[in-house]
Design a protein around this ligand. Sequence first.
Ligand code: SAM
Ligand code: SF4
Length: 493
Amino acid sequence: MSLFAQHPTHLPEKYLFIKTYGCQMNVYDSDRMAELLHPLGYKKTDNPSHANIIILNTCHIREKATEKVFSELGRIRKLKSAAAKKNKRVLIGVAGCVAQAEGEEIVARAPFVDLVFGPQTYHRLPEMVRTALRTNFSFEAGSKIIETDFATEEKFDKLGTDPINPTNSFITIQEGCDKFCSFCVVPYTRGAEISRPAEQILKEAESMVRLGSKEVTLLGQNVNAYHGTESSGKEWTLGRLIRELAEIEGLERIRYTTSHPKDMDDDLILAHGEVPQLMPYLHLPVQSGSDTILQIMNRKHNISFYRKIIDKLRKARGDIAFSSDFIVGYPGESDADFAATLKLVSDIEFAQAYSFKYSPRPGTPASNREQIDEQIKSDRLESLQQLLDAQQLAFNLTKVGTTQSVLIEKSGRKESQLVGKTPYMQATHFCGPKKLIGRIAEVRILDGFSKGLAGDIVKEDKINSIQKPDQTQTEGQFLESQNDWRNKNHARV
Ligand code: SAM
Ligand code: SF4
């Protein structure tokens, strides 16, 4: 039975505010935390000043993220203080990878924090909250409950599976990492790689589809290293898991992220051509276009290997779109190394990508190397992002004039506007009634921008009557004029 269906109605209303930083896995963890606290009577709120519990679910990947957490804690301290003056107790929790890595520092720098817990211990949150509420109430000194061990008990057995956004659900299938890239904190904050049992994942996906999910995204720091076992003890690869998931009736879209190039085996590559539910979009981080840099990053793949994987995937599924992660200004990166990154990007043509300046992380090998000048990092990031943005726009424009299946996720910012995703992960705006949220609609793409598409829901006989927007308009102007036009012409579905 759904955890939310079991909500105890006799308890007084209490509110939970969670701010999530970083990757999709943190979003997943935050949703599970909300579920865990629901039976204790906590409902989610978007307003931290209404909350009885405030949790920051943090990310430690780059330095700025950590500093952002401390400045957010400064703001939250004021809320806690204002509530204390009205005799209201607010519990403050810091979760996620910053909590895991810097638990002691958090309580030292922000002593009003009550709970500090890592990604492997958040299933104990209800008990932590009960314990904190039993401790004496003092505003300046929080309860100082720190749980940052790598728990041995099965975290996933204790978690619920309700999709918070029922349209497209996320399932963590694998956690942690054994690869130890020399820049990355993940092996230290999330621990050694583990894969969840295969049948447990199938059951979770089935229940999500029953609750209305049309799309499931499989999550893991190294998701394609998945090697979960079935009850007989036999190991499944990610390719096998995807093929089994595709048998679930009503599951129309399958995605997975984040993958490591080294773990793209042939069966997984072939699945892209053979499993229609597997979406033609893959996030495959390469980090750098230079073999020298990849070697000192301890990436365990070189550029010719990466290019071969991309070629094989394009052969398996002609229309597949690629995304990637890049780090610029890595210690030792020369002009020639950076030029190799630009060359790789030009050759591959990414549909979208994330790019970052290298950020030294304490405890990782690269942080001890001689660092590159900050201005050089900024200049390189700017030129790489210009190229990536141009490629994203070019990719989006290739879809103008086509009709795309869009999974409608939510309302847009404008009235009667809906937002959804194409199979290629392009955010697509169009007008229509809210009741379509959660459904897949055919949308005629009218225009493409660097960050998405705009279009109109179509019926075959109406395609030709759609107005083409003025090409000189900005994205905002277009969306606005499209809305005006829709309002005058009534929404057609
Ligand atoms: N497992 C994935 C892989 O192998 O590519 C990456 C996961 S990591 C959580 C997400 C991204 O953050 C990385 O791909 C990398 O580009 C970026 N990242 C990690 N550590 C970084 C650092 N110290 N400085 C800048 N970017 C970093
Ligand atoms: Fe970090 Fe990914 Fe490298 Fe693992 S494979 S250490 S998660 S970048």
